[in-house]
Design a protein around this ligand. Sequence first.
Ligand code: 5AD
Ligand code: SF4
Length: 454
Amino acid sequence: MNVYDSARMAEILAPLGYAPGNDPEAADMVILNTCHIREKASEKVYSELGRLRKVKDRRALDGAAPMVIAVAGCVAQAEGEEMLRRAPFVDIVLGPQAYHRLPEMVARAHRAGARGDGNGGVLDTEFPIDSKFDHLPDRPAASGASAFLSIQEGCDKFCTFCVVPYTRGAEFSRPVEQILEEARQLVDGGVRELTLLGQNVNAYHGRDPMGCEAGLGSLVQRLAGIDGLARIRYTTSHPRDVDAELIAAHGTIDALMPFLHLPVQSGSDRILEAMNRGHDVAHYMGIVSDLRSARPDLALSCDFIVGFPGETDADFEATLDLVRAVGYAHAYSFKYSPRPGTPAAGLPRQVSETEKEERLARLQALLEEQQSKFNADTVGRDLDVLFERPGRHAGQLVGRTPYNQAVHVTTDDHQIGDLALVAIASARPHSLDGRVLDLNCARPRKDSEERLSA
Ligand code: 5AD
Ligand code: SF4
């Protein structure tokens, strides 16, 4: 979601003459879009700010235009005023629900002049009544073959380990028509795959033009009707919000990719309860089974936390059992990181760092083994691949299979945005190599359709 938010911040600043750049030394403004989910991510912000301060000072000494430093995202939201105190050379601190007001804040920062003096930076960490999405500009063309689209934000679930409900705010769903319009703009600009985003994406319940509530299954159905949109994905889902309509969508909508990120966090009922996840292992396994009945080739991805307070060896073994029972194509796993202000941070029986590291290593070894096996099992199959970017070598393209695996091919006949049938020739732990099967595009583009009919 931060990638999406960063792109939208760049878009909203474009009319002011700003364009994205890669070199902070040459930048008139630097925005750090920050993550607060674990301590490590948060800590990085201040070390990065230390580096930027030196660049800002150097520019001032050289007589160059003053550099504006903005900190956006969840660390900005959580720290607010404290950030301006701790890093007085920061010009703007803005929360994730306020970035549509960035142009105004930049103007205020400029009015305040080349600061660096600690005299009051611009702060905006309000959760506004009106949605930022009502104020963002149209999506520009050329967003690539695959794009993110935020449909839902915030969270009301309050898992005891998580800062999201505090930093992103209450759950909010964008209206159906607004999402369809943004999707159409992206597809008109060449996008062929959309990943719908939300902290709790399948809690989506936006209003349609008739004023009725639409769930995620219904939204996906409507998006699938957009001509030229070949693939739809969504992330991140919660097991409690997988409803019958969504399960059915997986069975009936071709454009909905057979790859689902469905975090469970732990395989122990006791720990799930302490995490306030609102479901047990049996519920999760039931959903996995229903989804696989609807879409037998569905591959799953997951998030896990090891070392939640009070997690015993037996609880951890239960997580390993769950992983063995489900079989994942991909997963993220983390050591529990106590976050200030969350209920779990104050729980007794915190697990030692050594114990967390040992558990994480064992879990990751198992998950790596499953991912390697999943990749190896695709060798010999012919899969649809959407080409997304050039590879490192001449004539090489990198694309993704329906299961989100990266595939390298060498071809002169295809370009970014093409969907082609690819024979998977070999597998590495994190990517595949393949050979394009001639012009047998699984879903021909308009120009190849014309060529075929000619
Ligand atoms: N410690 C470790 N991992 C966390 N996550 C969220 N909060 C924490 C925390 N305090 C993980 C969860 C979530 C993912 C986005 O980050 O696994 O699904
Ligand atoms: Fe955090 Fe997800 Fe739980 Fe919401 S559902 S509190 S975002 S882990």
